[in-house]
Design a protein around this ligand. Structure first.
Ligand SMILES: Nc1ncnc2c1ncn2[C@@H]1O[C@H](COP(=O)(O)OP(=O)(O)OP(=O)(O)O)[C@@H](O)[C@H]1O
Length: 249
């Protein structure tokens, strides 16, 4: 199986404090890979490094055979690696359809003054409808984003992300703040969009991680503690200890 994203010796120091230490990570094509660990483990920092929101102190990141260590987030998005919720959410006053169209327009690198050119935008309608369909929001096509429930807003964000046509999606705590019925809906959605894409996610909800992930990397104090499927990592004594230790910290 081929490796889509590979980090080698990834390290981030904040004024001498090592938040991420010598992390070696390989994400295989077509998998859902989760990054977990107790609070303060370095997950967010790691994620920000991989998506280039932070510059690593040391280490190398290769996406699809290309060294992206020094690239900007917008440039790696063009290469096909997109962070969801990067497109910071959705425009509340636009409809579901309009939001996805705007994302499509971005992908095509057109100007951003969408309010002027309703006509030229309509060429994207069919494509946009396809993504809206894919995330199960067809019946809300003409609803304003602001009117959607929290879970449906998240689905809309995913639709807008898909419209950027990523080969790899990085999801930052997709279940954060979700009610149970939304968790189930978004889980199903992630599984569906993962069919022809690669996904790396940071997620605190361990039952979601157990349910969705092909592979899990456990971080603690900035370092990789364990790696494998859920059955394996959840049994590893060092993982149990790290979680319990973090609870008592
Ligand atoms: N900009 C920063 N400056 C200094 N220290 C930082 C900075 N960002 C993160 N850290 C520290 O790095 C460590 C790892 O933080 P990080 O947010 O990556 O962990 P996390 O695993 O995402 O935690 P959580 O689950 O609580 O979100 C923490 O000790 C944090 O205080």
């Amino acid at each position: 199986m081929s490796i889509v994203l590979e980090a080698t010796g990834l390290t981030k120091e904040f004024k001498g404090f090592v938040a991420v230490k010598d992390v070696n990570l390989r994400v295989e094509e077509g998998t859902i890979h989760a990054l977990i660990g107790p609070n303060g483990a370095g997950k967010t920092t790691c994620f920000n490094l991989l998506t280039k929101f932070l510059q690593p102190t040391r280490g190398k990141i290769v996406f699809e055979g290309r060294d992206i260590t020094r690239m900007e987030p917008a440039d790696i998005a063009k290469l096909g690696m997109v962070r969801s919720f990067q497109i910071s959410a959705v425009f509340p006053d636009l409809t579901v359809l309009q939001n996805v169209r705007v994302a499509l327009q971005r992908r095509r690198g057109e100007s951003f003054d969408f309010w002027r050119s309703e006509k030229s935008l309509s060429q994207y309608d069919d494509l946009a409808r396809g993504y809206v369909d894919e995330v199960g929001l067809s019946e809300f096509l003409h609803h304003r984003a602001a009117e959607l429930s929290y879970g449906r807003k998240r689905a809309l964000e995913i639709a807008a992300t898909l419209a950027l046509e990523p080969q790899m999606l990085l999801l930052d705590e997709p279940m954060a703040g979700m009610a149970q019925q939304d968790v189930e809906r978004i889980s199903a959605l992630i599984r569906r969009v993962a069919k022809d894409r690669t996904i790396l996610m940071v997620e605190h909800n361990l039952s979601v991680v157990a349910d969705l992930s092909d592979k899990i990397t456990v971080l603690a104090r900035g370092e990789i503690l364990a790696e494998g499927d859920y059955a394996a990592v959840s049994k590893a004594p060092e993982v149990i200890e790290a979680y319990i230790g973090a609870e008592h910290a």
